[in-house]
Design a protein around this ligand. Structure first.
Ligand SMILES: [Zn+2]
Length: 289
């Protein structure tokens, strides 16, 4: 899980950039007439961000593209801003789309960079929250697996909200809450678990567990770590063979602190667990472990 800086683009400016590309004059005038409603919705998103209560923002009915969401703007009008006037490469607002994508440096913030960024995700899905279709703060660079693994719905309770890469509490990104157990099986197993500090509020801990589960991180971390663990064991049998157990433990602990590893990333979590598992760093791997 990786925290990203809030996109600097002005929300009202991005709205107008999309609207100004609408070719039909009557449709365009209808958007402009509702500018005040859009400004209000931007303020509501900011207020929800301050209290980490995005789940409480007003929702549109399922389907019903013609249903009015605000003023004289329908759900279809609002989602069109994104699909027709922001995403296509010929649209002026595509510049904003690309700038937001590039700012992630390729790493998906939801899974901590297991996947490469390939799309923009609406933190609040545009099907339920069409007012935020082109709001920069609601557009998060995302990998394919995190995007497709997430349903189009958004939890109805505070505890069900995934982490917001721009606007959530920095401690979720800077402090440890993912741990791993090393299992003495053949082959050796790694079990990743969500274990936030007990001092954090119950609702915060529930949110982290919800994020961990919704993005299938125990499984996805396990897949990544399995391949890396096999390399570590091969190295122990080869180039690291002469190290004492204490030196091998120090090597594992040092590897955990490699620059570029996220504090809750699979790689740091794995090395940290290996360095804290005596039977692992004491094993010679010559026979059954
Ligand atoms: Zn991802």
């Amino acid at each position: 899980m990786k925290q990203l800086s809030l996109p600097p683009q002005g929300a009202a400016d991005v709205f107008l950039s999309c609207v100004n590309a609408v070719p039909d004059q009557v449709t365009r005038a209808n958007y402009i007439a509702n500018h005040g409603h859009i400004v209000q919705s931007i303020s509501a998103y900011s207020a929800a961000s301050a209290s980490k209560s995005w789940y409480g923002l007003p929702r549109a009915a399922w389907g019903q593209a013609d249903a009015i969401v605000v003023g004289s703007l329908s759900k279809g009008n609002l989602t069109d801003l994104y699909t027709s006037y922001m995403v296509p490469s010929t649209m002026p607002a595509r510049v904003t789309y690309d700038e937001i994508m590039v700012a992630a440096n390729g790493k998906c913030p939801f899974c901590g960079g297991i996947g490469l960024v390939s799309t923009l995700d609406h933190y609040l899905p545009k099907s339920a929250f069409p007012l935020y279709s082109v709001l920069p703060a609601n557009l998060v660079p995302c990998c394919k697996d995190c995007n497709t693994g997430k349903s189009g719905t958004f939890g109805l309770q505070r505890a069900q909200q995934p982490l917001h890469p721009y606007l959530d509490d920095p401690k979720f990104f800077n402090e440890r809450w993912v741990h791993a157990h090393v299992e003495n099986t053949n082959p050796i197993g790694l079990q990743f678990i969500c274990a936030p500090p007990q001092t954090w509020q119950p609702v915060e801990r529930e949110r982290l567990l919800s994020h961990f589960t919704d993005y299938n991180l125990a499984y996805r971390y396990g897949v990544q770590a399995g391949a890396e663990l096999a390399k570590v064991i091969d190295s122990r049998k080869g180039s690291l063979k002469s190290l004492s157990p204490a030196s091998f433990q120090a090597y594992l602990a040092e590897s955990a602190m490699s620059p570029g590893f996220d504090v809750n990333g699979w790689n740091r979590t794995m090395y940290y667990a290996l360095a804290n598992t005596p039977w692992f760093y004491n094993a010679d791997f010559e026979g059954p472990v």
